[in-house]
Ligand binder design. Sequence first.
Ligand code: GLN
Length: 486
Amino acid sequence: MSFSYTNAVDLAAGIAAGDFSAREVATSFLDRIAETDDQLNAFLAVDVSGALATADAIDAARARGEALGPLAGVPVAVKDVLTTKGLPTTCGSKMLEGWIPAYDATVTANLRNAGAVIIGKTNMDEFAMGSSTENSAFGPTRNPWDAGRIPGGSSGGSAVAVAARQAPLSIGTDTGGSIRQPAAMTGVVGVKPTYGGVSCYGLVALASSLDQAGPFATTVADAAMLHAVMAGHDPRDSTSIDAPVPPVVQAAANPDVKGMRIGVVKQLTGEGFQREVREHFQESLDALADAGAEIVEVSCPHFEYALAAYYLILPSEASSNLAKFDAMRYGLRVGDDGDRSVEQVMALTREAGFGPEVKRRIMLGTYALSSGYYDAYYGQAQKVRTLIANDFAAAFSQADVLATPTAPTTAFPLGEKVDDPLSMYLQDIATIPANLAGIPGMSVPVGLDDQGLPIGLQFMAPAMADDRLYVAGGALEAAIGWEARP
Ligand code: GLN
């Protein structure tokens, strides 16, 4: 490397100043991917020619003295659930293998407009269902801290790309924790913005009332830079909020927690969390208190029903969203030999194209939505959702941000939970409430457990107060001075 890579903010500044070229930067990350990805399997597609062409265009624009975008020349890896014109988008599923979208997701377009170099598409649990990236149809991604362990999920490939320095930045999506939990497992920063803060146009939907795309980065300031580029109102997404993007970059640049009230959620700190996770959580709170924050305890009594409500709402929405993969319009088609009916071809295709976790959720969701059960399951779950939102509203009357451990444990061995869906689902016990209420959350790396595996702390803030996450996260990062590097 002829440049010294520290973080994405410095990388962007160095390219803009001409200290090094976008091509050198792209080449160095492409080399790193080539060296490491046989083992890690973080990428489903690497766009060598596209990345170099974009980098060359940035270098040429700079040479002509043109104004450069905020991410000019900075490589970004994109989760394979967001459409990328001309580059495959599989959602980690055989159902979409070989599909090349004809259009860019708004997030993808925003990256291109900011000058980012889209370096490739990252591995994920099939249709974003999972917490370990073991549900990918294309093999699991491995954790760079210990290749025998999972990287978290469902955005495991994006988390690993950043943790293993295959890309300085990446994009994930979070429906119940899929950015924050893998960020915690791999020792990077991950942010789920406010629901509606980032456009879902071109995001292949899992559960439309919960999905949100967000950034992964090695520092809080890097995450803010990417967040600001991704976010903003989009008339093509009816859930997109028509309001200015919260001032996340400014917040990250001035992370002062003096007087900030940080609420510790009583229900999410107990014995269910691994000992080192609890210890590092407490040390982090002490560090924030030393930096001037006021630590208060808050109670969210309905959080104990969050997981149950989520596993009714998510499968219901997923079963409906995935109905479009019917062998007629997209991707895979099996058994269409002229003798079979449309229904038979659909059935054979869905049998062959979807993996076991996806089938499990389609069945659960179809059942929860069926007439006679709708009110008892989906309807009840929606009421629980309101109670959880009310818990948050009460908590935010006592605190500016809330804090919990991000995940109950550190990264577990590959294979450990594949036959135990409930224990896999419990990974998201602390992250799901934010999705149900539509509020933003961030995971910040805070240290390692006794086996040398990363631990994350989660902050949550009221809707459209994403900037508070960056104040708290930036202050914590500065206070504990810990940079994770496998
Ligand atoms: N692990 C959770 C699930 O399996 C969350 C997934 C996500 O956020 N996409 O549903």
